[in-house]
Design a protein. Sequence first.
Length: 157
Amino acid sequence: MRPALFLDRDGVINVDRGYVHKQEDFEFIDGIFEFCRLAKQLGYLIFVVTNQSGIGRGYYTEQDFLGLSDWMCGVFKDHGITIEKVYFCPSHPDEDSPDRKPMPGMIQKAAEEFSIDLSRSVLIGDKETDIQAGIAAGVGINLMYCKGDNHEYCFVS
């Protein structure tokens, strides 16, 4: 079993401008490629776990999201980094879904599909719900991305 790095998308991989679904609105966070390259060198599989309520709200389609995700994964590939899979929850926040963070469904699916050792894994999010999902899934280290002047990762659990 291998460890994984679970990344939220908006606010961790890209600047969160609210319901980002077009390439022209997608701006990668400084240092994300270097960070992920190091994680790969250390043996981590990389996954994206992201709530995408913009689909459930009707702001954009699942196809819009999938197209942007393919493009994003291609940019990572161009930087020598493989994203194993992008897990997403299109549900509206008012809907009950085992996949919508803070529920751990997306992380649990990845663990089952890829034989992940969650206790040796890391999750990075920018919201409390991200951290709650990681804790509920049994992820060993859960970090919240702080949006201060230094843009540092801060230990949460």
